[in-house]
Design a binder for this molecule. Structure first.
Ligand code: FMN
Length: 167
């Protein structure tokens, strides 16, 4: 069986910490790929993905995603499943909380991919987020600055959800 890809920037602080916990909860079975070195050929070799993307620059993706983005925007993602997680700061950036999850989620859906791993917005306080669909985020929102203690339980619960939704 093909492995699930765990794609994020290996140079991040917080996203990397979250990725390690996700990998642990999956029993070490995920294939970790550095988004800073990904090629479209490698990317398309998977059909299930967990993508980590923090929000920077008042509601943007970090610039290490820039190089890969044009390829992603033209890729055929039909039949592939994607779960997104992202760090953000709901007190510091309440108008743009985890926007990058929403931006990335929109591109994936436009290209025919299926998003899984939606999480309720209950328990978060913010004004606006491009990641919100109804009363859910289109992925797992993590807040190291204000809710560090919830990190582990949120991840464990989400991984259990993904194990079902990836099937
Ligand atoms: C300059 C700067 C801009 C940021 N902009 C946002 C933002 O628009 N929305 C948000 O939710 N978090 C924002 N953050 C918070 C980061 O997303 C948060 O600190 C995250 O945990 C960083 O993860 P990383 O270490 O993996 O890059 C910003 C942080 C900095 C330093």
């Amino acid at each position: 069986m093909k492995k699930i890809a765990l794609l994020y920037s290996f140079n991040t602080q917080k996203t990397s910490r979250a990725a390690k916990l996700i990998q642990e909860d999956f029993g070490g079975n995920l294939e970790e790929v550095n988004v800073e070195e990904i090629t479209i050929k490698k990317f398309l070799s998977f059909d299930k993905y967990i993508l980590g993307v923090p929000t920077w620059f008042d509601g943007e993706l970090p610039n290490y995603w820039d190089e890969f983005m044009p390829d992603l925007e033209e890729a055929d993602l039909k039949g592939k499943k994607f779960a997104l997680f992202g760090a953000g700061d709901q007190k510091g950036y309440p108008e743009n909380f985890v926007d990058a999850l929403g931006l990335l989620g929109n591109i994936i859906e436009e290209r025919g991919g299926t998003l899984v791993g939606f999480v309720s917005t209950d328990g978060y306080e913010f004004e606006n987020s491009k990641a919100v669909r109804g009363n859910q985020f289109c992925g797992l929102a993590l807040d190291f600055e204000n809710q560090a203690r919830l990190l582990k339980p949120r991840i464990t619960k989400w991984v259990e959800q993904l194990k079902k939704e990836f099937n």
